[in-house]
Ligand binder design. Structure first.
Ligand SMILES: Nc1ncnc2c1ncn2[C@@H]1O[C@H](COP(=O)(O)OP(=O)(O)OP(=O)(O)O)[C@@H](O)[C@H]1O
Ligand SMILES: [Mg+2]
Ligand SMILES: [Zn+2]
Length: 717
């Protein structure tokens, strides 16, 4: 069997993502391999697929014992022989597993690095070792785990076995360090794009954040989310406050009883609880694919953590939110957390990382670009899916205000922080202000402007580089090379006057399958929960939300069609197919609907057109869209005129393209069509998000949908 056949029959996915295929080839050629791929990118398959093709055993080193079970369960449901060994098992359980390993029945074995079985690897007929979360081996990383250092023995224990190291977070230094510590031999290195196009990044001022949070959660009651807080106490009190507001929520932190912690995690994974309010102790290695949002109530320590924590949203590729409540005050608070006593060098590294995190909060440019650049990846200055890109900023002349600030900073000899500078500007009578400073010319020149306004002006000046902030525990404001020209009156400064949120056309609710049957989706979720209970696994291990959405979109009515739904491997079709099929058949009967599978598979054996009649109502609404379009209105206008989402309008237009009633060139510039077609072919499948991810910001979902429809038209005509 080929890797692709394994992917399709065992895992039920139609095509490889990102660089999965190339990575798998490298592993199969027995090369040491280093993989840097974002959270949720699909690293697991990079060793799971080879494991099924190699003769012997694949050993997976993974840091968290608690999560091994889920991974093994997920494999088991796909019919893969896998197990884990750890200290929580009885001697008899361990012996049973070892017997299976020795009899070569087992394909994958998960181990923690400190495991005592480590020494026995030599007798296990190992074909491949996968080191997951490999950044844990490096003190340059953000999550150093001393026990991972034991892995530097790996190449001595198993000199001829290829090693694949995988991580979602490693800068260049960490990368080199991992390769060196694991003693990889001229490894093939794969670095995927870090862009998670389906995650929208938003930062809001951390002021009345609880009320803001309530507003945010209000519209997301049915969704799963994680809310990160800095302290254990904070998780408990926030969880209690949210529970009072009738949210389905539990706390999680390392100070809780082990059993309670495990129970809370389990309830969250099983969708029995929607919101987990947690410290960063929660989440590593969790593959719950339907987390729709991640909120940070406090500033994370570094971009790596932030990126990894937010990356837990939207692993299924559906639209998700990353929301951070930010105030610069958090930076000083965090400093004591990142300091490592007696280790000035490590402290310096951590303080710098904290500073880079603070910069993210203060950005006035695209947040995605900053994140990607942080990981050394070039990125366009507009992503269309972060708060900055989605906000129209109006600026106005603010030179005089800027001069007041800069001159106060000068007269205070660049030795004071933001609050003091503002107090001087406003002529505060606080006892903190030194007498000398009351005599300054700038004392009180800004009394007509509020403290909040000065704060945002200073933030703006910092962001535009007219001011700088020193490092250290108590940062002070400093002049920069750009300050002098402003003070001289030789440069005009434009300050932010107002910000207006733009409508968010592209990423509104469920782009991938705007036409899915919401009622059926809810029914399918229930079916899934029942199956998961029988199997004693979390629901998403049975099937992801993305798979359920596909079911609710294309309405497969038999086992053969179900094979074409992403996530349905052979075993799952056989085991769970009937239950889902029953639900879909009943739903279609009750609602007078027919299957839409023909919309999914582009290849048809004959040119026969046996398209079912769609309900009349639906045709009328599409026709209205078409009429408006023909009359010269753009999709955005039509959406506004008809109170529809742009996604729906685009779907209407794509429908006519698919039936040959509208030319694709009317929707997509001809120069773009070939590029989009190529991306669709390379990515495979019908999910828009990965195709969009591949194409980048220069292309819209509407364009992709139109080209997809055009390809279907070509295939069937
Ligand atoms: N080729 C593919 N097609 C469809 N879905 C895929 C594909 N590859 C992986 N997935 C799905 O993507 C999700 C994330 O994959 P995986 O758990 O391997 O992520 P990861 O890269 O290990 O992330 P993390 O760094 O958080 O551990 C899983 O639900 C997986 O089934
Ligand atoms: Mg992983
Ligand atoms: Zn952006």
């Amino acid at each position: 069997m080929s890797p692709l056949e394994i992917l399709r029959t065992r895992f039920g996915y139609s095509s490889f993502r990102l660089e999965q295929e190339a990575i798998i080839q490298s592993v199969l050629q027995r090369k040491d391999t280093f993989v840097l791929m974002p959270t949720g990118g699909g690293k697991s398959l990079c060793y799971q697929v080879p494991a099924l093709l190699l003769d012997g055993l694949t050993v997976v080193i993974s840091p968290l014992i608690a999560l091994m079970k889920d991974q093994v369960d997920a494999l088991r449901l796909n019919g893969v022989q896998a197990a884990y060994l750890n200290s929580t098992q009885s001697g008899a359980e361990q012996d049973a597993i070892i017997t299976k390993v020795l009899s070569k029945e087992m394909k994958l074995l998960y181990l923690a690095p400190e495991s005592s079985f480590f020494r026995r690897l030599g007798s296990f007929n190992v074909s491949l070792v996968a080191v997951d979360e490999a950044h844990c081996i490096s003190h340059w990383g953000h999550d150093f785990r001393p026990e991972y250092l034991l892995l530097n023995q790996l190449k001595q224990t198993l000199p001829d076995v290829p090693v694949i190291a995988l991580t979602a977070t490693a800068d260049k230094v960490t990368q080199r360090d991992i390769i060196e510590k694991l003693a990889l031999r001229s490894p093939a290195v794969f670095v995927s794009s870090f862009n998670r196009a389906n995650i929208r990044y938003t930062v809001e001022p951390k002021k009345r954040s609880f009320e803001k949070l309530l507003g945010f959660l209000e519209t997301r009651k049915e969704e799963s989310g994680i809310i990160y807080c800095l302290s254990r106490v904070a998780t408990e009190s926030l969880a209690a406050d949210l529970a009072k507001e009738a949210f389905n929520v539990l706390p999680y932190h390392a100070g809780m009883e082990k059993e309670q912690r495990a129970r809370h995690q389990e309830m969250f994974l099983r969708d029995d609880v929607k919101i987990m309010v947690a410290t960063i102790a929660f989440g590593m290695g969790i593959d719950k694919s339907n987390v729709r949002y991640v909120v940070h109530m406090d500033l994370p320590k570094n971009i790596e953590s932030y990126y990894q924590e937010t990356g837990r949203a939207g692993r299924d590729g559906l639209e998700s939110e990353a929301l951070l409540y930010y105030t610069y005050a958090d930076v000083s608070k965090m400093k004591k957390f990142v300091e490592i006593e007696g280790n000035a060098e490590q402290t310096r590294i951590y303080l710098k990382k904290l500073d880079q995190m603070a910069t993210y909060g203060d950005l006035v440019t695209c947040r995605r670009q900053y994140l990607l650049n942080y990981f050394d990846e070039p990125a366009p200055s507009y992503c269309g899916n972060c708060d900055i890109c989605l906000t129209q900023v109006e600026r106005e002349e603010g030179t005089v205000q800027a001069q007041k600030v800069l001159s106060a900073v000068t007269r205070l000899q660049e030795r004071f922080g933001t609050n003091y500078v503002i107090d001087v500007l406003r002529g505060s009578n606080s006892a903190k202000i030194m007498d000398d400073h009351r005599a300054l010319k700038t004392f009180g020149v800004g009394a007509d402007t509020s403290k909040e306004e000065w704060t945002s002006i200073i933030r703006d000046l910092l962001a535009q580089g007219y001011l700088a902030k020193s490092d250290g525990t108590y940062p002070v404001l400093k002049l920069t090379a750009k300050s002098a020209a402003v003070l001289r009156g030789a440069e005009r400064v434009m300050l932010v006057r107002s910000k207006e949120k733009l409508p968010t056309p592209m990423m509104q609710v469920s782009e991938q399958s705007a036409d899915y049957e919401a009622g059926l989706f809810m029914i399918l979720k229930k079916v899934r929960t029942a199956l998961a209970q029988e199997e004693n696994v979390p629901p998403y291990v049975v099937l992801s939300d993305a798979s359920l959405r596909e079911l609710a979109t294309y309405l497969p009515l038999d086992r053969a069609s179900m094979r074409n739904i992403s996530g349905f491997g052979e075993l799952k079709v056989e085991r769970y197919g009937p239950a889902f099929e029953d639900a879909i058949v009943r739903y279609c009967e009750e609602n007078g609907m027919a299957t839409r599978m023909h919309l999914k598979s582009p290849k048809r054996t004959s040119g026969r057109r046996d398209r079912p009649e769609r309900p009349q109502r639906e045709n009328e609404t599409k026709q209205q869209t078409l009429d408006l379009f023909k009359a010269g209105h753009l999709p955005g206008d039509i959406a506004a005129l008809r109170s529809l989402s742009v996604g729906t309008v685009e779907n209407h237009l794509a429908y006519y393209v698919q039936y040959g009633k509208l030319s694709v060139e009317e929707l997509v510039r001809p120069a773009k069509i070939a590029t989009i077609q190529l991306a669709i072919e390379q990515v495979g499948g019908k999910m828009l998000a990965p195709i969009k991810e591949k194409l980048g910001a220069g292309f819209t979902y509407g364009e992709i949908k139109a080209v997809m429809a055009y390809l279907e038209f070509k295939a069937t005509s």
